[in-house]
Design a protein around this ligand. Structure first.
Ligand code: ACM
Length: 647
């Protein structure tokens, strides 16, 4: 017989263990607790009970100007839920929701952190700075039922929030997304929408890729042709990069640019939401829009009449990097006019964007036109430059001086390492993380945005269904993004960002589709403690956020639900198609008889051998009774092609 004392002790131990489990699982079991916060907070302790939203909500918040959007956002979301009105006041002893700035700094949460406490009586968010309150509010909204995301008021929802204590702060200060507004132009309103979406997941940096071969997107006073000529091309649809060259009489009326007033408005809009905008002027390559506007800036003035690119082929990548340019899209480092031009551009960019860095590109510069240029040969002799990398290095160092002279820090893609890094340069590492590691070892600041984990222009699933792009980055791979290499001093790694290049992105809905859910994964890598990351747990939360996006009518990619196809030939030379999924608990159903599979069709359990005369495999995925993936069809020629490629 067990003694009574022993049983009491055991009971206490079990109770203690249970409370630990609740704490540990606080945010990790959305289905059990209803808590599914992305990015995962530093610490979540679930306590008992709920806060039930009253019909009339009162918010106490300070009156500082920086609180404007914090309050406006919360009020806007609560108006979906509160049947009565939402009032806000500076001091309100009876407030149901309090947003409080600490009088004495709480060193445990830094500038962007917050503490959120929900009790049955009220909700309190405390932070050192308004940014922290903004992020606390984002977390609070995620604690409400998903209907809070609706654009219009929703009835018949139990508007309650589980009681919790959350302490939260970011792992990295640089949590970015790059939006390429050059390849396709996105309006000022589109950019605002992109900012609205990114801040929900605590991103704080928007990198605007403002110039490229397809368009110059920022008004520069005194250089009118950049936007009169350089911002316009011919509208084409299909697969960008393979378009037929536009005929001379095709209208060049596709594109656009931001006036300086537009830029000021965007900067202000971003600032109110605690987002810095990093402007990028991509030179000396990717500069066709500038060269077309002012041909004297190239090493080949008058050689040929160039036009702003509309997606026709202008580079030959068959020999690898650097590419061979078929038209000269480079500024000429041997031409003093180029530095005068850049001084004018950077002066105005520096005045328009308060952020401390200016990004000046430096990537993928073709060298073939430079190699043929007498002016470049003269420069090499004069400056003792050995090769074209050093020619670019010379250019970057001169540009660095211009950027520094405007009181800004100089940043470029990792190619700027190749010709001898400019003394103060910060490096954005995109060709993997090795450039970033090299730069950090040289004591330069680094932002990690490697293609391998952070290129959100890549396909999210199989090219059978995704718009075709030359590479794939699935959600689970994006979730493995680790911005901090082991072997460098942490202080040099500012953080990381995802890059949304838009050659194949023609509109905002598709920009959303490409950004989410991979943006969730990147947000978690940049905000949450490394040890909190857990794929299965994350994926459950992603599914909760998919439902939130559905209610908000925001677009996202369901590709993570769709199968990975591995095609080969087995020992008997038969085609074998292996299907797998990124997430657990997803069932795949298939047909070879051309009809449309649903969950009453054969369920995939082992490698498929196509029947002798079959011409297509159709697959679809379910979670339980709910179809989650889209119908995907693989034709017989495709499975043969893939099997032979994998031999
Ligand atoms: C890049 O993707 N060319 C930076």
């Amino acid at each position: 017989m067990l003694s009574k004392k022993f049983l009491v002790v055991m009971k206490k131990i079990v109770k203690l263990l249970c409370s630990f489990l609740i704490t540990a699982a606080g945010y990790s079991q959305p289905n059990d607790t209803g808590i599914a916060i992305i990015p995962a907070p530093v610490s979540v302790t679930k306590t008992s009970g709920h806060f039930i939203l009253p019909q009339k909500v009162s918010i106490e918040a300070g009156s500082q100007g920086e609180m404007k959007q914090v309050i406006a956002f919360l009020k806007d979301r609560l108006s979906v839920a509160a049947t009565g009105n939402v009032t806000v006041a500076n001091t309100l002893p009876t407030a149901t929701i309090r947003l409080q700035l600490n009088n004495t700094a709480d060193n445990s949460i830094g500038k962007e952190g917050y503490k959120l406490s929900v009790t049955p009586k009220n909700i309190l968010i405390k932070a050192n700075e308004p940014a922290g309150l903004f992020y606390g509010v984002q977390t609070l909204v995620q604690l409400f039922p998903k209907e809070i995301e609706s654009a219009a008021p929703v009835k018949n929802v139990k508007w309650q929030v589980p009681c919790v204590n959350i302490t939260d702060y970011p792992r990295f200060g640089w949590r970015g997304l790059m939006f390429d507004v050059s390849r396709h132009f996105f309006t000022k309103e589109d950019v605002k929408k992109y900012i609205d979406d990114m801040v929900r997941y605590k991103f704080n940096l928007l990198h605007l890729h403002l110039t490229d071969d397809e368009g110059w997107r920022i008004e520069i006073k005194g250089l009118p042709k950049l936007t009169e000529v350089g911002a316009w091309n011919v509208k084409k649809e299909g697969y960008f990069g393979t378009f037929s060259p536009p005929a001379p009489d095709e209208p060049r009326n596709y594109g656009g640019f931001y006036t300086q007033d537009d830029i000021k408005e965007l900067v202000q809009y971003a600032k109110e939401r605690f987002v810095n905008i990093l402007p990028e002027i991509d030179v000396p390559g990717h500069s066709l829009a500038a060269v077309v506007s002012y041909p004297e800036l190239s090493c080949t003035p008058g050689v040929e009449k160039y036009v702003v690119r509309s997606g026709e082929q202008i580079m030959d990548w068959s020999q690898g990097a650097p590419p061979i340019a078929l038209v000269d899209n480079t500024l000429c480092p041997a031409n003093e006019k180029v530095y005068e031009f850049l001084d004018k551009v950077i002066t105005q960019v520096a005045q328009l964007f308060p952020f401390e860095y200016i990004h000046v590109g430096g990537d993928e510069t073709p060298q073939n036109f430079w190699k043929q240029s007498e002016a470049i040969k003269g420069l090499m002799q004069k400056e003792g430059l050995k090769d074209m990398h050093e020619v670019q290095g010379y250019f970057e160092k001169r540009l660095e001086k211009i950027v520094l002279s405007k009181g800004k820090k100089f940043m470029g893609w990792d190619e700027i390492l190749e010709g001898g890094l400019a003394p103060s340069a910060a490096v954005m590492s995109w060709r993997g993380v090795k450039g970033g590691i090299q730069a950090a070892r040289m004591k330069h600041e680094v932002v990690m945005s490697p293609t391998t984990f952070a290129y959100i222009d890549y396909m999210q699933g199989d090219s059978l269904i995704e718009p075709r792009i030359y590479a794939t980055l699935r959600l689970n791979k994006a979730y493995q993004f680790e911005p901090m290499p082991d072997s460098v001093e942490a202080k040099y790694i500012l953080g990381g960002q995802g890059n949304l290049w838009t050659e194949q992105i023609y509109n905002m809905r598709h920009a959303q589709y490409m950004t989410w859910p991979r943006g969730f994964a990147l947000a978690e890598s940049l905000w949450s403690p490394k040890e909190k990351k857990n794929w299965n747990n994350f994926f459950h939360r992603v599914e909760d956020h998919f439902e939130r996006f559905d209610i908000a009518e925001k677009k996202y990619a369901p590709s993570v639900y769709e199968p990975i196809f591995t095609v080969s030939r087995n020992a008997d030379k038969q085609i074998s198609i292996v299907l797998s999924t990124e997430a657990e608990g997803i069932d795949i159903y298939y047909t070879f008889d051309n009809s449309f599979p649903d969950r009453f069709y054969p369920k995939y359990t082992a490698a498929l051998i196509p029947p002798k005369d079959a011409v297509m495999l159709k697959v679809v995925t379910y979670r339980g009774k709910k179809q989650v993936g889209r119908l995907i069809t693989m034709r017989d020629e495709e499975w043969r092609k893939r099997a032979d490629r994998n031999r």
